[in-house]
Design a protein around this ligand. Structure first.
Ligand code: AP5
Ligand code: MG
Ligand code: ZN
Length: 220
């Protein structure tokens, strides 16, 4: 039996951090639309070139492009028995596209975990973030420092600061979240899928709450 989870929350809520841990625990892939875009940026693909200007400003990449990219990832064999989606869906049309795609395959989401934090907490977290160029793992200079500065604990890759790690882009991302993504909280509440998680606890405590919620939803 599979386990299909969406993580919802504002930029800096800790979606990527929690998704990595949860994916390991459940043995399903962590599918992050932001990571997929950053792979395209690194490789310099056409999609990457198209996405760059949106990402650097903190705006959303257009739905058609994003939906196509994520749908392709979800169609790969490793997603057959489940996935943790992080950063997708982010608009109502994206959520509707995901519903259709899963329905066509005869499956459905098990839960949408909404990781709730205040904006000032999110901004403080974004300000000290470092990301692994190789595996996408995230660290924080104060809250989750790597054992060795500049080096990923997990794969030894180089840590860098994302091109959208500017104060201006952070504020823009939070505004875009309020306008375009926060309506999904109600969308999934109405669908009976929403579980709220207090995201202002330690990384370990957020993970414990998330794990408990997912065990109920996925029946394990
Ligand atoms: P994306 O990469 O998805 O960025 P985001 O949603 O803005 O979220 P972040 O990755 O910034 O935050 P997070 O919640 O993952 O937090 P993290 O775990 O890193 O998207 C980037 C861009 O791509 C978008 O702006 C858009 O342009 C485009 N894009 C992506 N998806 C799209 C879509 N579906 N449609 C259209 N465009 C799309 O944690 C943050 C920091 O806090 C880290 O340093 C971490 O170590 C630390 N931390 C985490 N948890 C805790 C804790 N409990 N206590 C203390 N510190 C913590
Ligand atoms: Mg992230
Ligand atoms: Zn790494």
């Amino acid at each position: 039996m599979g386990c299909r989870i969406v993580l919802l929350g504002m930029p800096g809520a800790g979606k990527g951090t929690q998704a990595d841990l949860l994916a390991q625990a459940l043995g399903v892939p962590h599918v992050a639309s932001g990571d997929l875009f950053r792979e395209h940026l690194e490789k310099g693909t056409e999609l990457g070139r198209l996405a760059r200007s949106y990402i650097d400003r903190g705006d959303l990449v257009p739905d058609e492009v994003t939906i196509g990219m994520v749908a392709e990832r979800l169609s790969r064999p490793d997603c057959a028995s489940g996935f943790i989606l992080d950063g997708f869906p982010r608009t109502v049309p994206q959520a509707e596209a995901l519903d259709r795609l899963l329905r066509e395959r005869g499956v459905a989401l098990d839960a949408v975990a909404y990781i709730r934090v205040r904006e000032e907490v999110a901004l403080a977290r974004l300000a000290g973030r470092w990301t692994c160029r190789q595996c996408g793992a995230v660290f924080h200079t104060l809250f989750n420092p790597p054992r060795q500065a500049g080096v990923c604990d997990i794969c030894g890759g180089e840590l860098y600061q994302r091109s959208d790690e500017t104060e201006e882009a952070h504020r823009r991302r939070l505004k875009v979240y309020q306008e375009q993504t926060s309506p999904l909280i109600d969308y999934y509440r109405r669908a009976g899928l929403l579980v709220e998680i207090d995201g202002e606890q330690s990384i370990e405590d957020v993970q414990a709450d998330l794990r408990a919620a997912v065990e109920v939803a996925c029946g394990r």
